[in-house]
Design a protein around this ligand. Structure first.
Ligand SMILES: *Cc1c(COP(=O)(O)O)cnc(C)c1O
Length: 345
């Protein structure tokens, strides 16, 4: 605990959170009169402020993942969760974070917004963390290390032994971004959260759970880290409609499971068919819901696909991704359209 406290920004160590009206009095019962928050009293379903602690969503997630609800923080997408982590630990114009390109673009955007320096340690040729280089790169101001596993855009998971080695040898906080964990054959690090006080695991409802539009990101960490992030989050950061929709989906988890199963089947179909296309040079193994695919000329193929009404992600400018396109696994029909179009080019 002491060690983690030392990693916090000075102003965060002593910060007093905003106390919202709904924080002060939490018990809601039928016949009480709530005239504490300057709301419009006429009922329309959303005239009251939402639960600032999202108790029902957290209870569902807690049951589902087997994690204590005091070890969960919810955000307006993972993007907000990641931003809160920056603001808790990184002193602007002083601290730095380490990322492993090619990876998710938001880490560097958030570093720039927060005036935090970025150290980049490229993945190895087989898209794995270069453990020795990372350990060598860290110094006293290295506060966060972002491990995206399964990684976007490379689609692979990092080896567990490498991740464990990094959690143990990194002097700051290790953030494992598991946005794609539900498509992966490797185990979530959630199961090992209690072993590592410097570990934060982030997940999201935007991918497998099919709720990108409601914006809900999930952060799992020690009770201590969660209590700090709770103090600095905007009080009503997850709106009422989002909470309701998330609960609805978490209750009908069987739908998520069957959609994921179908996406995984389609991923195999798409891989097999892509490999038969003449100008496709390589389809990388995927632990996610997309396929990184090397073609002869990514810019040319990207533009041809656009001309045919198909939008894919061109990753050719990313390090180690020369001439690579990223295809999200779609519905059966969408995947057929993609393959048929590629065949015609
Ligand atoms: C899509 C994605 C997210 C999800 O972000 P949200 O803000 O929760 O929608 C997080 N991390 C990675 C690596 C992603 O690709």
């Amino acid at each position: 605990m002491k060690e983690i406290e030392n990693l916090l920004r000075e102003n965060i160590k002593t910060i007093k959170p905003y106390s919202s009206a709904r924080d002060e009095y939490k018990e809601v019962s039928e016949n009480m009169v709530f005239i504490d928050a300057n709301e419009n009293p006429f009922q329309n379903g959303v005239n009251r402020y939402p639960d600032p602690q999202q108790v029902t969503v957290k209870r569902k997630l807690s049951e589902l993942k087997g994690i204590n609800k005091n070890q969960i923080l919810l955000g307006n997408g993972s993007d907000e969760v990641l931003d809160l982590i920056f603001r808790a630990f990184c002193e602007p114009n002083k601290d730095e974070v380490i990322i492993l390109p090619p990876t998710y673009g938001m880490y560097s955007v958030l570093a720039n917004i927060n005036a935090v320096a970025l150290k980049e340690v490229q993945l190895t040729q087989d898209f794995q963390p270069d453990v020795n280089a990372i350990i060598e790169a860290q110094d006293i101001s290295s506060k966060l290390l972002f491990l995206c596993s399964p990684n976007n855009p490379t689609a692979n998971s990092f080896e567990a032994s490498k991740i464990e080695n990094l959690i143990q040898s990194f002097n700051g906080i290790v953030v494992i971004d598991e946005a794609y964990i539900d498509f992966s054959s490797s185990e979530s690090w959630l199961n090992r959260l209690d072993e590592f006080p410097n570990l934060i695991v982030t997940q999201t409802l935007s991918k497998a759970y099919g709720l990108a539009g409601i914006r809900m990101g999930v952060c799992y960490a020690s009770e201590y880290i969660i209590s700090i992030l709770n103090k600095i989050k905007p009080p009503y950061n997850v709106n009422q409609l989002t909470q309701e929709k998330a609960i609805e989906r978490l209750i009908r988890l069987n739908e998520v499971t069957s959609e994921v199963k179908s996406i995984l089947e389609e991923r195999e179909f798409l891989k097999t068919e892509l490999e038969k296309i003449g100008f496709v040079q390589k389809v990388y193994p995927s632990d996610a819901n997309f396929l990184l695919t090397k073609v002869d000329d990514a810019n040319l193929r990207y533009n041809q696909l656009i001309a045919n009404g198909i939008v894919v992600r061109n990753r050719t400018t990313q390090t180690l991704c020369e001439n690579c396109l990223r295809f999200t696994v779609g519905t059966k029909e969408e995947n057929k359209i993609l393959i048929n179009t590629l065949r015609k080019l």
